[in-house]
Design a protein. Sequence first.
Length: 167
Amino acid sequence: MLLKWWPVKFIKRSCDNRGGAAIEFGLISPVFFVAIIGIFEVGAMMLIQASLEMAVLQVSRYGRTGSSVAGQTSAEVAASLASTYSYGFVNPSLMQLTVVPYSSFSAIPPLSQVQVTGTQDFGLSKQPVLYVLSYDWNFLTPFVGQLLSSTGSITLKAVAVIQNEPY
């Protein structure tokens, strides 16, 4: 007699959907949170890239004129400007500014092949100069950093090519 009613009880219990939302949340939430954190990581990286570009433009603007600040070398002024125009988003000690003069614009190598060495030579009057500001960005969350880069960090570069004014 007990066996006769067993299928009916099983069917009644299988229609109970209490707790389904919790199970769905448990399945979907890891993917959702990784996507949200990834969006914030990429947004922060884009903000840092934009601030580096502003900084390298200001440094190249300073270097183009051949002016100087009393008591500071050109390299110190350039580092100060790069720090100021990165708006505090980056650690200034981790920024590396490379300034290289060339004899002509055609002598400048493709930007993908430019070496970041940290040397700073602001060149002579009317000379083309390449400015490269690089920064090693460490991702805020290690998991997303491993998804976007095998090392957990990425090198951001901002480049400006100018011709010095006649001074």
